[in-house]
Design a protein around this ligand. Structure first.
Ligand code: DX5
Ligand code: ZN
Length: 220
């Protein structure tokens, strides 16, 4: 199975967003995602960025914009993020009581739909969604900040969800986000992950091309 990497621009140098995106596009695999972390200071304790940054990224990159919405009641903003250039929109199971409706809205907008689950939420919350989504995102930290410590129990959660997806022959991507480094990447892929998000381990002092190469090297 070919694994995509999804560098999170939350950790990039925003004064050089265009250059950072050009480097990402030229590095590693062309079908990698660009992971866009939107935080509202309500669903999570931090505020990151929103529509104008996504729109700017869209203007200079043709890569898949994988938008992770860490916002309360994401239904309110799905159309805006689609219009700003999202290719995929992922909503948290904990962020809305109307998860199927949100997924349906994303599909009606012509975008790929993802569902996300926090480390403390029982996996069963995902199960009713599996046949209807294009991506499942298992958080390996509590969302809100880059640079946090990976929660090791994530590996078994990935294995469980991979089994459930296989049981229904789902082609959905299985993504992991938070604290992903060359030290845990291999175990996550062996457990069934197909997309690895990485922020601080990609945008290190030697730049994102070197960071992506290190992660890819760990998967070889
Ligand atoms: C966490 C975000 C992540 C974050 C990952 O709330 O959803 O995407 O940017 O950053 P690292 O890889 O540094 O944990
Ligand atoms: Zn994220």
């Amino acid at each position: 199975m070919s694994v995509r990497l999804a560098p999170s621009i939350l950790s990039c140098d925003f004064t050089r967003l265009g250059e950072e995106l050009a480097t990402l596009a030229a590095a590693d695999q062309p079908d990698n995602y660009v992971h866009v972390d939107v935080m509202d200071g309500h669903f999570v304790p931090n505020i990151s960025f929103g529509l104008p940054i996504l729109a700017a990224a869209r203007r200079v990159s043709t890569q898949f914009m994988d938008v992770h919405l860490m916002i309360t009641q994401p239904e309110r903003y799905l159309a805006d993020f689609a219009a700003a250039g999202a290719d995929g929109l992922s909503v948290h199971a904990e962020s809305t009581p109307h998860l199927h409706r949100a997924v349906q809205q994303i599909h009606d907008l012509g975008k790929r739909a993802g569902v996300v689950i926090n480390p403390g939420t029982p996996l069963e919350a995902l199960r009713p969604m599996l046949a209807d989504v294009d991506l499942v995102l298992i958080m390996s930290v509590n969302p809100g900040f880059g640079g946090q410590q990976f929660i090791p129990a994530t590996v078994e959660r990935v294995r469980t969800v991979r089994g459930w997806l296989s049981d229904i022959d789902s082609p959905a991507e299985l993504q992991v986000d938070g604290g992903v480094t060359p030290n845990n990447a291999r175990a996550l892929v062996d457990a069934g992950a197909s997309v690895l998000v990485a922020g601080s381990s990609v945008f290190g002092p030697d730049g994102p091309a070197a960071g992506l190469a290190r992660l890819r090297g760990a998967l070889a």
